[in-house]
Design a protein around this ligand. Structure first.
Ligand code: ADP
Length: 358
């Protein structure tokens, strides 16, 4: 565990230092920045796994069901993981039914299950492809992640779902990881009344088959922002809009400021919830990006108060907590969307266009 935290931090700190102190050509600079980005994502994945397993251990996990389109989720997975597969020289293919598959279950947990399986499939495959498939029969929905990677000895398969178990150990270990991903997958599937099975042979790739009850709903889902449906934007349109960023953390604010400044949006800032309320009441604001954790008044209280004066002002909650309960709190306080830090640039812009246009 210590190794999985120290290694990426070592790269992040080391390469930032090199960027600061060395004259580098453009190619080297880009390469170093890519290493920093990859190491940060690796660190985030490790920390997320540690938080997830701690919550499972202390029985703090709750199931929060909602309706969503599983086909859309599969398409989003392709977008999220395509790059990391391509950068290893392998392809990521997806195969899904042509129509929608709307189900009512815990979306965040199901996404975490699929993400963990894809992360492994890509990590343990050095050539060939990873295939993500979605099938259904009248009773069951199947999500299958198949790879052409290193495979697993048949007699070790039962151990894979034990906490911290990894086939490779010690100083010869080639692949990164904490040994927690599959135990989280198994725990979440138990909570969703599902199960997982594995078919694998050393040297011949692996197939992980997730099974959940067929809980299909035959009506249209409540609309959700889709990462696969791009909202078109134009600078002429955004130039007339003003966004309030309510954010006490300086670097989080600077990230959003620089992202939005490129789009020529007017930006105001509040450093606490009270200031956010005052600005919204007194000035013409088109949209608020609200941090949930702020001094004096938190994001939830500020949202409720703003809506007393401006009931139709769209407020998007952003948080670094990523607890499903927070999402429900934010939505019931009147926020139109909820986004989790780190917020991918493309995603935040799409969410903004969607609500600024309304
Ligand atoms: P991690 O991947 O972080 O080590 P996991 O709990 O996700 O932890 O997986 C446990 C172990 O199972 C891995 O270390 C690896 O040895 C094995 N494993 C998981 N998925 C695959 C796969 N697709 N191909 C080969 N081995 C795998």
């Amino acid at each position: 565990m210590s190794h999985e935290i120290r290694t990426p931090v070592n790269s992040i700190v080391g390469f930032i230092n090199l960027l600061k102190t060395t004259q580098l050509d453009e190619q080297k600079r880009t390469y170093f920045l890519e290493i920093i980005e990859k190491s940060s994502l690796r660190l985030l994945n490790t920390i997320s796994n540690i938080i997830d397993i701690s919550k499972i251990e202390t029985k703090q996990v709750t199931i929060l069901k909602r309706e969503f389109d599983l086909v859309e989720t599969i398409k989003e997975c392709e977008i999220l993981f395509k790059e990391s597969a391509l950068s290893k020289g392998i392809s990521l293919r997806i195969n899904y039914p042509n129509n929608h598959l709307i189900i009512n279950t815990d979306k965040t947990k199901l996404e975490s299950i699929i993400h963990n399986l894809l992360i492994n499939a890509i990590k343990f495959t050095d050539s060939g492809e990873v295939l993500l498939e979605l099938h259904k029969d009248p009773d069951k929905i199947y999500i299958i992640v198949k790879d052409t990677g290193i495979g697993i000895d048949e007699e070790l398969i039962d151990k894979l779902f034990d906490r911290f178990y990894q086939v490779e150990t010690g100083y010869t270990k080639k692949y990164e990881g904490t040994g927690l991903g599959l135990s989280i997958v198994k725990e979440y599937l138990n909570m969703l009344n599902g199960k997982i099975s594995v078919k694998s042979k050393k040297g011949e790739g692996s197939t992980f088959i997730v099974e959940i009850p067929n809980i299909e709903i035959t009506k249209n889902p409540k609309t959700e922002i889709s990462r696969t449906n791009k909202n078109k934007k134009t600078n002429e349109f955004t130039q007339t809009k003003t966004i309030l960023i309510a954010e006490d953390d300086e670097s989080s604010y600077l990230y959003l400021f620089n992202l939005l400044a490129k789009e020529k949006i007017k930006i105001k800032r509040a450093v606490n919830g009270k200031e956010a309320v005052d600005i919204c009441v007194k000035e013409n604001i088109d949209l608020v990006l609200m941090d949930i954790k702020m001094p004096i008044k938190n994001g939830i209280e500020a949202t409720q108060e703003i809506h007393k004066h401006k009931p139709h002002l769209p407020i998007i909650m952003q948080t670094a907590f990523a607890y499903p309960e927070d999402k429900e709190k934010a939505l019931s306080a009147g926020c139109v969307e909820y986004v989790t830090k780190p917020i991918p640039a493309e995603f935040i812009l799409e969410v903004l266009w969607k609500w600024l246009k309304k």
